[in-house]
Structures are given as C-alpha cells and as structure tokens.
Design a protein around this ligand. Structure first.
Ligand code: HEM
Length: 361
C-alpha cells in the first residue's frame, strides 16, 4: 500500500480534491443523497491513488481518512497530535462548557474524566458487576412484549441504531437468522433464559454483531478530532487546526480488505477475519474509533448488544417480516449517528414456555 505513495508527487499540502456543499458542521447532518455523493466521490479519489481528501467544511480544513494504512498513521503514529476535538458552540452551551468530556479539548480535565469513567463506570469489571441491574431491565422488557405486542417498531432512538440494523439484516437474511437460532438452541436450549455469560459460546452471534457494525457503523463518520500541532501525514504537511474525520463506512467496505464488501456475510468473522475485533488495533475495522479518544463504551456495547439480540430476537421470540418485501435498510445520518431511514417493523411470536417470560418475578 505504501509503495503507491511514491507515484504521487508530494506537495506541502494535499490538493483540495472537491468541494461539497457542506456548511460548517453540517457535514454531520448530511442526508442520504449527499451521503451517496460522498461515497461515490471517495471511491473516485481512491482510484486516483489519493489516500485522503481535504475539503472546506465552512469552518476550516478537514482530512477525511478512508484507508486502513492511513488510519494507522493518523491514530497510532500521530494520535497524540490529533488527541483533541474541535471547539463546538453546542458542546460549550449545551455541554456545560465542555463538561461532557467526550466533546471537550484534550488536557487535564479530559484525562481525569476519562480515567474516572474507564475505571469507575465502563471498565470490564464494572460492566460485569452491574449485570444484576441490566438483567431485570432486559427480562422486564421481554415480558412486556410478550404480554402486549405482536408488532414492534424501532429505529428512532440513536442508541438503538445497531440493534435495529442487526434486526433488519437478520430479517433479510433468514439463513443467518436460522443459524444463530440453532447455535442458541445448542448452547442454551429452551428450558432456561440466556445469560450474559453464555455470549462467549455464541460465536456466530458475535460474528453477526461484528458484521452489522461493519456494514452499518453507527458512527458513519467518526466524531472529528483536530490537530494540536503541525504534522506530516503520508508525506503531506498537515497544518495545526486541521480536522480529522474517519470515513468509517468507506473503510469498512474497502474491497482490498473485505471480499464482497457490500454483502452481509457474518461468517467472514469466523474465517478470513476471525481475529478482527473492534478494539481499535486493527485499522480496517474501527466502529468505535481508536487511539486515545476511542469510544470508552466499546466493551459495554459489545457485551450487551449480543445479549439483547440473543434474548429478544433469537430466544424470546421468532421474528418475521410483516410483508414479503425486504426490510428497507436505507440509512440516514442524524448528528454523527447512522440510523435507518424508516422504523423497522417486525412481527414477533413468542417461542418459549409462558413461565419463562415471568422468570424475573
Ligand atoms: C453502538 C454504540 C457506539 C458506537 C458505535 C460508538 C462509537 C464511538 C466513536 C466512533 C467515537 C469516537 C472515537 C474516536 O474519536 O476515535 C466515540 C466516542 C465516545 N463514545 Fe461511543 N459509541 C457507542 C456507544 C457508546 C456508549 C454506550 C457510551 C457510554 C456509555 C459511549 C461513550 C463515548 C464517549 C464518552 C466518547 C468520547 C471519548 C473521548 O472523546 O474521549 N459510546 N464513540
């Protein structure tokens, strides 16, 4: 990959490859049509051998990374330079002057808050310790669905973007759904409810979750970083104050890394990509970002998403599409979250004996 750079004549800064009609941080609210343009354009420039683009966002220059090698250079070699986030009026006014550390500048406050959150709230130990709080919530919801509902609609709330994508993909891929149900039958069966500790054995389900976040990363374009100093990336001089964004969807569909990149093929995570995790160390797969500012919720999400899917979609109910048409997986971008354009409608039929829905009481 790096050898191709020798064919590019180095300049002090990369040429502006194109202008998109983004105004200020409106890049975050780019709608479906523009998003397609984004994909097409990035594909076009990949053909020219360029690894990144620079375009005016209205408030400064931005570097958009769509390539694993370049992501490694930015988020590994130069991660310290890009450890801060750009100032945003919303984070200042609505975030109590950047008290929400995730949107704030790099510095003492960020370091203290980050350490506290990583140890006291979202560490593996703490997440596991708090299972006793989450479990009744999940079981209670399952009971409510059992008592009340045959059609469930979802897909509006941001934190549910991944679960809605997983559900939609499974409804459109009945073979994968069947294989996941069979795996659950083998390891858990129908006589007891699935526990969080069962997830380790449900390797196909874990592959489904990874593949869902590869195809439909909730953070389509990772929240921006900003360079705190001048630096050199891929031979180009990048000035201080340049925004850095990861085009996660493009990265996750790079045909040089992923075969049939647009297909939902969970098995790839058990074969060709069996050692690929979302820990921010494999730069071709970064649903939670990487480096110092990587998402601190990654462990929690990985653990819980698989549990929710196993409980609701695979064990508690048999899900079905309300019509013969495939579920529409068109996406839309709200802030930085990639969500389905339409709610996902699903028919649910109970699949366990009645008493198990009340196991929590
Ligand atoms: C599907 C679920 C989620 C995805 C895909 C996701 C993804 C991301 C990404 C891509 C970033 C930017 C990383 C970077 O700049 O390199 C991020 C940052 C962050 N995420 Fe998440 N996230 C998710 C859920 C959560 C949850 C559940 C929490 C909290 C409980 C959380 C808390 C944060 C915080 C605080 C930051 C900012 C970190 C910092 O700047 O130091 N996220 N997330």
């Amino acid at each position: 990959m790096y050898s191709s750079i020798s064919s590019i004549s180095f300049s002090t800064s990369p040429a502006i490859l194109y202008d998109l009609p983004y105004a200020g941080s409106a890049i975050c609210s780019v709608q479906s049509k523009q998003k397609r343009i984004w994909r097409e354009k990035t594909t076009r420039y990949e053909v020219t051998g360029e690894w990144f683009q620079k375009h005016p966002t209205g408030v400064g220059q931005a570097l958009v990374v769509s390539d694993a090698e370049l992501a490694k250079e930015c988020f590994n070699t130069s991660d310290m330079v890009f450890a801060t986030r750009p100032k945003a009026l919303a984070a200042e006014l609505m975030g109590y002057n950047y008290a929400t550390f995730g949107l704030g500048p790099y510095g003492d406050y960020w370091r203290t808050m980050h350490k506290m959150v990583m140890i006291e709230v979202l560490s593996q130990r703490r997440v596991e310790m708090l299972t006793y709080i989450r479990l009744p919530e999940v079981r209670g919801s399952m009971k409510n669905i059992y008592e009340a509902c045959v059609i469930l609609t979802g897909g509006i709330v941001t934190t549910h973007a991944t679960l809605t994508s997983a559900l939609s993909l499974l409804l459109n891929n009945p073979k994968a759904l069947q294989m996941a149900q069979e795996e659950l039958d083998v390891h858990v069966g129908k006589d007891r409810l699935v526990e969080e500790s069962d997830i380790t054995n449900l390797v196909y389900l874990q592959a489904i979750m990874k593949e869902t976040m590869r195809l439909h990363p909730p953070a389509l374009i990772s929240p921006a970083r900003e360079s705190m100093d001048n630096c050199i990336i891929a031979g180009y001089n990048i000035p201080k104050g340049t925004r850095l964004m990861l085009n996660t969807q493009k990265l996750h569909r790079d045909h040089k890394v992923w075969s049939d990149p647009n297909q939902f093929l969970p098995k790839r995570f058990l074969t060709s990509h069996k050692d690929t995790y979302s820990k921010g160390q494999q730069y071709e797969y970064l649903p939670f970002g990487c480096g110092r500012r990587m998402c601190p919720g990654a462990f929690f999400c990985n653990k819980d998403f698989a549990f929710y899917v196993s409980q609701f979609i695979l064990q508690g109910f048999v899900p079905a599409k309300p019509s013969k048409d495939p579920v529409d997986i068109s996406e839309n971008v709200k802030l930085t979250t990639n969500m389905k354009d339409f709610p996902c409608e699903v028919l649910l039929s109970p699949s366990l004996s009645g008493s198990l829905y009340y196991a929590n009481e």
